[in-house]
Design a protein around this ligand. Structure first.
Ligand SMILES: [Zn+2]
Length: 365
């Protein structure tokens, strides 16, 4: 395969403004880079937050980081993926949503590569920054050095594969931090895409009972197909809610509670729900300004382990892919992507995604 002299990108010009499709030049990939023809890029909630101006993102910028594509040009030093599988032109791949400039204290000592100084993310850079094609809302994307790449099996559809490098991998990290094991009881706050993957992952880790919370009835109904045993409306009477949860998480309440609803006020409820000695993982509050008042005495007396999880370790990307491959007949992952849009309709896709008219909008450039 070869590539043309330029490729189209949907440029994020300013918050809430229409995207502008523009062309930027393509060059041969560097020795440790790949050039990918994007086949699908799903819109993550963080793309929506960026687009709405709730989090800092350069303008004019290029969004989209849940990307799947086929290699059209390959640097000579990029010979294999994370697992040592040989990479070749024509291969379909996923890759970490972040890349880092070089090894450092966070990679070598703290084992938190995603927190490396100078870390950059696909779909989070100015489109004027070379090589311009570093996001998903585009025909092409460069996979840059110090990214973590996985070759995708043909058995996965693009819709099943696209959320792996963000939504699924993040929830692998979250459910690991939540210490879910055989027989655990788990509550997941928020039945959006992350919550549904979280429920399915909790079940595959051996959870005995999974309760999903969401204020939207349609999402509660859908959650049963992703491993949720009981779906409740968190806006119901709080005493009743806690009683229902505890009745199913005998004898002393849920072992793990996971927040992926992105609502700061939900934190106090999560602390009320988790059992004494349980684990509470907060992962949905990704935008600045998530102020909440909690009685920290509750953390002490309940001996709660409180964890924040942001992004994931590259090993979680491997687990995410394997989880989706192993469970794609058990859970209907492909139906999570319920809207498809060409590159010149990114504005509409973003509107439908932000109004939650679709669960996961996909750009098919
Ligand atoms: Zn994301």
């Amino acid at each position: 395969m070869t590539h043309p002299a330029s490729g189209r990108v949907a440029v994020y010009t300013e918050p809430n403004a229409p995207f502008q499709v523009e062309s930027y030049p393509l060059r041969a990939p560097g020795p440790r880079e790949a050039l990918v023809r994007v086949s699908m890029s799903t819109i993550c909630r963080s793309d929506i937050h960026s687009y709405q101006g709730h989090r800092p993102n350069p303008c004019p910028g290029l969004l989209g980081h849940e990307i799947v594509g086929r290699i059209v040009a390959l640097g000579q030093e990029l010979t294999c993926d994370m697992r040592g599988e040989i990479l070749a032109i024509g291969d379909r791949i996923t890759w970490s949503e972040f890349f880092i400039p070089h090894g450092n204290y966070f990679t070598d000592v703290l084992d938190l590569p995603q927190k490396s100084p100078g870390v950059e993310k696909y779909g989070h850079m100015a489109v004027t920054t070379a090589p311009h094609h570093h996001g998903g809302f585009a025909e092409y994307c460069y996979v840059l050095p110090k990214s973590w790449i996985l070759r995708l099996p043909d058995s996965l559809t693009d819709a099943e594969a696209a959320p792996i490098n963000c939504g699924v991998a993040t929830m692998v990290a979250v459910t690991e931090a939540a210490n879910i094991r055989l027989g655990s009881t788990v509550v997941v706050q928020g039945m959006g895409l992350l919550g549904l993957y979280g429920a399915a992952l909790a079940k595959s880790r051996g959870a005995r009972y999974v309760i999903g919370l969401d204020i939207h009835a349609a999402r509660r109904a859908q959650s049963h197909r992703f491993g949720v045993d009981l779906a409740l409306d968190p806006s119901m009477d709080k005493v009743q809610l806690l009683e229902s949860i505890n009745a199913h998480c005998q004898p002393v309440g849920p072992d793990a509670v996971i927040e992926v609803c992105g609502v700061a006020e939900a934190i106090t409820l999560g602390l009320d729900m988790v059992r004494i000695g349980g684990t509470y993982v907060i992962a949905g509050l990704v935008s600045p300004g998530a102020q909440v008042t909690i009685d920290a005495n509750r953390i002490v007396r309940k001996m709660v382990t409180l964890r924040g999880i942001h992004n994931y370790h590259p090993r979680h990307l491997v687990e995410a892919l394997d989880f989706v491959v192993a469970n794609k007949t058990r859970y209907p992952f492909s139906e999570l992507v319920d809207g498809r849009y060409p590159l010149d309709q990114v504005t509409q896709a973003m509107a439908d995604a932000s109004s939650q008219r679709v669960l996961r909008a996909a750009i098919v450039p």
